[in-house]
Design a binder for this molecule. Sequence first.
Ligand SMILES: Nc1nc(=O)c2c([nH]1)NC[C@@H]1CN(c3ccc(C(=O)N[C@@H](CCC(=O)O)C(=O)O)cc3)C=[N+]21
Length: 285
Amino acid sequence: MTAKLINGKELSKELKQEMKKEVLDLKEKGLNPHLTVILVGDNPASKSYVSGKKKASQEVGISSEIIHLEESISEKELLEVIHKLNDDKRVHGILVQLPLPDHIVEQHVIEAIRPEKDVDGFHPVNIGRMMTNQDTFLPCTPYGIITMLKSKQISIAGKHAVIIGRSNIVGKPVGQLLLNEHSTVTYCHSRTENLKELTTQADILVVAIGKPRVITSDYVKKGAVVIDVGINRLEDGSLTGDVDFESVSDKASYITPVPRGVGPMTITMLLKNTIKAAKGLAHID
Ligand SMILES: Nc1nc(=O)c2c([nH]1)NC[C@@H]1CN(c3ccc(C(=O)N[C@@H](CCC(=O)O)C(=O)O)cc3)C=[N+]21
C-alpha cells in the first residue's frame, strides 16, 4: 500500500472532542441540543445504524431519543408523529431512518420535516439551498466526504472529480458540494457507457455504487484520491467497500477504508448538523 489513509474514525474522534466542548458551552447557556431519530420496523442494519447515532450523540453530550414504530404504521400516522416533533420546541433535529417500508412514500416523509429540523439535509428546501450555495444543513455523507478531503488539505478547486452513483442522498449531493468547491464534476452511473474512460481521468474519485469491490486499480489514475462510500456486508459478516482496497491502495495517493472511513463521518456530520439546528443557524424565513 502506497496511498495515505484518510481514517474517518480518527477524524470523527477529533471532531467529536471539539463538539463536546461546544455542547458544554451551549448547555451552560441553557441550550440542550436534542436529536430525535425515528426508526420504522426491524431492519437489522437500520437498527444498528440508529444505535450508532445514539451512541455518538451521547459521546458529545447531545441528548437523543429513538422513536421505534411498528413496520405496519400507516403513512398518515407517521406524518402525525413528525408533525408533533416539528412543534416540539425541545426537539432540534429530526431524522427518519431510511429506507422505509414500501407502503410509505419516502418523499412525503422527507417533506413533512420542518427544514429547520432536517438534520439529514434531505428536504427539498435544504437541497435547493445547497445547490445555490447558501448556509444550510448539508447531507451528512457528502458533508463528511468534503470534511475528509479538507482535513488532508487535498486541493479540490480546479480538479476533476468523478462520481460513480447518482442517488439523492450521496451521488447527486456530493457532486454538488464538489462543484461548490470549484471542482469540475462528472457524474457516472449504471447507464454510463464509457465508465473506465471517465474514471481514469479523475483526480478525485467518489465511489457510491453499492457492489462489493467492483472498482479495481484499472479504473483509477495514478495518484488519484479515492473515496469509498460503499458499505457491503459479505457472507462471513465482514464489511467491505465498493473499491478493491488492496489493488487501488497501491495506485491512489489517498484512500478511505471501509469500515472506519466515510461511515463514521456520516454520523459525525449528523451531530454537527444537530448542534447547528440547536443554535438555530439554519432558519428559513
Ligand atoms: N435518514 C437516514 N440518514 C442516514 O444518514 C442514513 C439512513 N437514513 N439510512 C442508512 C444510511 C447508512 N448510514 C450509515 C451511517 C454510519 C455507518 C457507519 O458508521 N459504518 C461503520 C461500520 C458500522 C458497522 O460495523 O456496521 C464504518 O463504516 O466504519 C454506516 C452507514 C446512514 N444512513
